[in-house]
Design a protein around this ligand. Structure first.
Ligand SMILES: Nc1ncnc2c1ncn2[C@@H]1O[C@H](COP(=O)(O)OP(=O)(O)OP(=O)(O)O)[C@@H](O)[C@H]1O
Ligand SMILES: [Mg+2]
Length: 224
């Protein structure tokens, strides 16, 4: 077991602005799982991913990461745990426009010890697999949205996280680029990384070991 979500609710705002984004979600994530999450806009997918990634806290219910109750872990330790164990790809990427593609992918390495040469090799390998081998030394501000999205994916994998959380990793991309990403995820998954990804694309369900459909703040159906 890598993470466990137990009957979690999440409420944003209060009064008229109150939104119940999650209304009681339970989910077990085991080592090696390759989980796809689908569902309508506003159904709570990003909120669930943020809770699994310990980026936000539930309003009610419990989350365990690595058998530890997340509410018992200090914020400092949580941010360390995120950096070490979790790779994130979010809908709105936060790359550094003035750095090159390769530099952006290597940013998370700055917070770890040593092995820069090995990491650089791995960064190039990831970027090549994502079809970005030609842009290594281009500044990110000169890239298209879809190219940036792929840089963010390479960055999320550079520290070989135990679990990768990807929110619509293929959102801005055409079919060929999307297939490259899913192929990369499959190879990373085969190598033992646990993956949870959100997608609107039914075609990607074939890659996942488990697929859940969310609706109205709940897991409505197990599609696979
Ligand atoms: N930070 C926030 N503050 C207030 N409300 C929020 C916040 N984040 C999400 N919500 C609300 O919670 C609900 C679930 O949002 P969430 O982003 O989890 O949906 P989603 O399934 O990821 O949607 P999409 O497919 O459009 O990305 C929505 O009604 C949204 O407006
Ligand atoms: Mg979302």
């Amino acid at each position: 077991m890598i993470a466990k979500v137990i009957n979690v609710t999440k409420v944003y705002g209060s009064g008229q602005a109150r939104t119940e984004a999650l209304k009681g979600v339970s989910l077990d994530i085991n080592e090696g799982d390759y989980i796809g999450i689908m569902g309508a806009s506003g159904s709570g997918k990003t909120t669930l991913l943020s809770i699994i990634g310990c980026l936000i806290k539930p309003s009610d219910g419990e989350v365990y990461f690595d058998k530890r109750r997340v509410r018992d872990i200090s914020d400092i330790e949580l941010s360390r745990l995120r950096g070490r164990e979790i790779g994130f790809v979010f809908q709105f990427t936060d790359l550094l426009g003035n750095l090159t593609v390769l530099e952006n992918v290597l940013v998370p390495v700055l917070f770890h010890d040593g092995q820069i040469a090995e990491k650089k090799k791995y960064a190039v390998q990831l970027l090549e697999k994502l079809g970005l081998g030609y842009t290594l030394n281009t500044r990110v501000r000169a890239l298209s949205g879809g190219e940036r999205q792929r840089v963010a994916i390479a960055r999320s994998l550079i520290n070989r996280p135990r679990i990768l959380l990807a929110d619509e990793p293929t959102g801005d991309l055409d079919d060929a680029a999307s297939e490259r990403i899913m192929a990369l995820f499959s190879s990373v998954s085969a190598a033992g990384t646990t993956i949870v990804f959100v997608t609107h694309n039914k075609a990607f369900v074939k890659y996942a070991s488990n697929v859940y459909e969310m609706g109205d703040g709940r897991i409505q159906r197990i599609l696979k």
